[in-house]
Design a protein around this ligand. Structure first.
Ligand SMILES: Nc1ncnc2c1ncn2[C@@H]1O[C@H](COP(=O)(O)OP(=O)(O)OP(=O)(O)O)[C@@H](O)[C@H]1O
Length: 293
């Protein structure tokens, strides 16, 4: 049976003891599926994640998961959480099966046959059953990521938080990992925290851009791209003219292409000498950030 899970965040604020406002009036509603939380380093993504899972209390505002108040009682969300960190650091010299067994015990799956059943199911799901006797530190980057997914799924979580998922994966591993994540996400809330537009583009049906503790834009990637149709223009320019263009137009990116500087701008109509280009998600991201910097 497919049960819809809902995470509701309402007017959330978090001020650290030193007076820094890491979260400023954030409201979001997130349901089953892949949700991309996109923002540059320091945007407040980790602060938001930690607050969502009850590791720290907000200064004000509310968070509920399936209508249960997370701020007052974090037990429910913690019990139903899978966390996939960017990097597990150093792995103990233990094989994949035993390591999962150990994590399952930590997660409170006390029944031995239940543990065995889940571990076998998950190792098969992530294609690592044949490698169960190998020590995890000898795995490739992609295998480690898939192992990470298996441990995150132990205990049947309803919400999974993924931090910078594809860092260090080659394209093939990235594809496999992405497919695996999107398979899972029809039944759970998956929040993918990243500064890479690429990850959101490939995976997420909903996304939000955040910076300086604020939500700047939320929507479906496809629709956000559509909003920019007919508004993106590019031109090859001389290096010394860059400043002039920057002061006259909304320049959202600059790139060296075959030693020639090419700038991309957002404008309601075609600026002189510019050619139209089709919008992509990177344009959405840089446009949102440039409007709010
Ligand atoms: N305990 C703390 N006390 C004071 N300031 C903090 C604390 N934790 C984080 N910050 C500040 O809050 C801001 C947001 O940090 P946060 O780690 O949430 O961002 P992020 O988007 O996850 O960035 P990154 O991708 O670099 O981890 C940063 O400026 C950081 O220095």
């Amino acid at each position: 049976m497919n049960i819809m899970n809902t995470l509701k965040i309402d007017n959330l604020n978090l001020t650290y003891k030193n007076g820094y406002n890491a979260i400023n009036g954030i409201s979001l509603e997130i349901k089953n599926g892949m949700f991309g939380l996109l923002g540059p380093n320091g945007a407040g993504k980790s602060s938001l994640m930690k607050t969502i899972v009850g590791l720290q209390k907000p200064t004000s505002g509310s968070i509920t998961f399936n209508d249960i108040n997370v701020v007052e009682d974090a037990d429910y969300i913690k019990k139903n959480l899978g966390f996939l960190p960017q990097d597990f650091g150093v792995y103990p010299k233990v094989n994949a099966y035993d390591l999962l067994n150990h994590i399952a015990i930590l997660k409170g799956i006390n029944n031995k046959s239940e543990r065995q059943k889940q571990i076998q199911y998950l190792l098969e799901k992530v294609n690592l059953w044949n490698f169960r006797d190998k020590e995890v530190h000898t795995f490739s980057g992609g295998m480690k990521q898939r192992f990470g997914v298996a441990q995150a799924l132990l205990g049947d979580p309803k919400i999974i938080i993924v931090d910078e998922p594809t860092a260090g994966l080659d394209p093939e591993e990235r594809n496999r990992f992405n497919t695996l994540l999107s398979d899972i996400s029809s039944e759970v809330v998956v929040i993918l925290s990243t500064h890479l537009v690429e990850d959101v583009k490939n995976l997420c049906s909903e996304m939000t851009v955040m910076n300086r503790g604020r939500i700047l834009k939320t929507g479906k990637p496809k629709e956000l791209i559509k909003e920019l149709e007919g508004k993106i223009w590019s031109k090859s320019i001389a290096n010394e003219d860059l400043e002039m263009y920057q002061s006259n137009l909304n320049v959202i990116s600059q790139q060296l292409i075959e030693r020639q500087l090419q700038i991309t701008v957002v404008a309601p109509s075609q600026p002189e000498g510019f050619s139209p280009i089709n919008p992509i998600l990177e344009h959405v991201y840089f446009n949102v950030l440039s409007q709010n910097s």
